[in-house]
Design a protein around this ligand. Structure first.
Ligand code: FE2
Length: 165
């Protein structure tokens, strides 16, 4: 890990879903930007901007993820959405505290963001990724079965001289 990084992206954080991995990578990048802004001075404009960017992108990413989960009819979608919602609420409270100049430790905020994101990816996101891969496998299996039936049908049609409707 570099001195100016709070977290270094590695392949083991990847779920194997390119769009989501790309967004998670970006989230990690924004967390590092936040950390860097802490090092540079916690009361600066750049820190406030880094907070806003991290929060905005988190919301954007959650939205994209939830759309994907709807598309694949993920059975635990409501629980997953709630995790997102709770986190967004916590972020909003922390940001408000920061704006009001109340109990807010920038470094802790950056670390909290990092810990939450990495834990969420490793546990909750991993579960939906497994579900999606399972779904893909089943679809491929069904496709293979359909192809096998069609091939057998064509074969019997050839040897018996008729066609299935
Ligand atoms: Fe998620």
């Amino acid at each position: 890990m570099k001195d100016n990084e709070l977290v270094t992206w590695t392949q083991r954080y990847e779920l194997g879903i390119p769009l989501i991995d790309q967004q998670h990578k970006q989230l990690v990048q924004l967390t590092n930007n936040l950390f860097l802004a802490c090092l540079n001075g916690e009361t600066t404009e750049s820190f406030a901007q880094a907070v806003a960017e991290a929060v905005d992108y988190t919301k954007y990413h959650f939205n994209a993820e939830e759309k994907l989960l709807e598309q694949v009819r993920y059975p635990n979608i409501e629980a997953h959405k709630k995790e997102h919602r709770d986190f967004v609420n916590e972020l909003a409270q922390a940001v408000q505290a920061f704006k009001d100049g109340k109990k807010f430790v920038p470094n802790n905020f950056a670390r909290y963001l990092r810990d939450w994101i990495l834990t969420h990816i490793a546990i909750s996101d991993k579960i939906y990724a497994d579900y999606i891969f399972n779904l893909k496998r089943q679809n491929l299996l069904q496709k293979a079965k359909r192809t096998a039936v069609a091939t057998a049908g064509a074969f019997f049609a050839r040897i018996h001289g008729y066609r299935h409707a």
